[in-house]
Design a protein. Structure first.
Length: 318
């Protein structure tokens, strides 16, 4: 079954069967590029969110790694939205070949960082999450490391995605990044992390505090990955925010401050990862609308120039 066949009747059938409940006819679609996500209303008035995972994007074990992490966070009383246990006794179900999970609906406003206390609160939240993250490994998940994830992405892009006339330029820059970055990551402990911990994935529930959402990209990686995406600027331009964040973080968990040198390499690695990620979505009907110039010569020149520019910051951080 493909996403295009997920009509409302099929969605209702999937969730009612998975939970053993009745739903009303209310359905709302959430904006989600990778998965298909819908809000539903149970007959008793409870609001639910069902997520259908894109076929071929994650293995069953990789999705369960995500669920285990979120459930570990919930057990530690960290504010997250954990999947509901289904009638099959698991948090993961399957409908016509598509993996699915159901969550309770949680609302909140977009995160705004207004003062020093907000940075400390963010640091505390991430520190607590990492305490839960270090309790076990996620064997089926990506490992964020230049010699592993980035090396794989560079080879993939240069092997089958980037036009031949641009490959050597891109490979040269990617290889240089890996060579410079590997020594910085050698002694940094990798634990389960959110992986995509930017402000859009943290909600503010007013009197209840911050809420972590969207663990789709959870990974094994350096804890600093879950900090730098929250920063307002490059590290040398926001030392105050970094210190405030770490003050909150270190109330719960020690932080390896030598890993701050990994921020600019991680930024470059994310650029490469995002390009590889995009290249796997080109068959999607929404892709061309979001990336109309994908694959043009001007597109590849810009990608190479942007990566080279970022490499300047990497070289300064080594």
């Amino acid at each position: 079954m493909s996403f295009e066949k997920l009509i409302p009747e099929k969605i209702f059938e999937a969730v009612e069967d998975a939970l053993g409940i009745k739903l009303t006819s209310c359905i709302s679609t959430f904006p989600s590029y990778i998965n298909r996500v819908y809000e539903l209303v149970a007959a008793d008035g409870k609001r639910l969110v069902v997520k259908f995972y894109r076929p071929g994007r994650w293995s069953r074990e990789a999705i369960l790694d995500e669920h285990r992490f979120v459930l570990d966070c919930q057990e530690a009383e960290i504010p997250v939205v954990a999947p509901i246990t289904l009638r099959n006794g698991e948090t993961l179900g399957e409908y016509d070949g598509i993996y699915m999970a159901v969550f309770p609906k949680r609302s909140g406003r977009q995160l705004e960082i207004n003062d020093d206390s907000d940075w400390c609160r963010l640091g505390s939240l991430v520190g607590r999450m990492h305490l839960a993250g270090e309790k076990r490994i996620a064997a089926a998940r990506l490992t964020i490391d230049p010699s592993v994830s980035t090396a794989h992405d560079v080879e993939y892009l240069c092997g089958s995605v980037i036009p031949e006339r641009f490959r050597n330029q891109y490979r040269e820059t990617g290889t240089r990044l890996i060579e410079l970055s590997v020594p910085l990551f050698e002694h940094i402990r990798k634990i389960r992390i959110h992986g995509d911990c930017h402000r859009g994935n943290i909600m503010d529930r007013l009197d209840e505090g911050f809420l972590l959402i969207d663990f789709d990209d959870m990974a094994m990686g350096p804890p600093v990955q879950d900090m730098w995406l929250l920063l307002p600027d490059r590290p040398d331009a926001c030392p105050r925010e970094i210190e405030l964040f770490l003050n909150g973080y270190e109330r719960f968990r020690s932080f390896d401050r030598t890993s701050l040198r990994c921020i600019e390499p991680l930024r470059a690695m994310r650029m490469i990862y995002f390009l590889a990620w995009c290249s796997r979505q080109t068959h999607d009907f929404q892709f061309r609308r979001n990336f109309p110039d994908w694959g043009t010569d001007s597109f590849w020149r810009k990608e190479i120039n942007d990566l080279r520019e970022q490499m300047g910051f990497v070289e300064e951080s080594v």
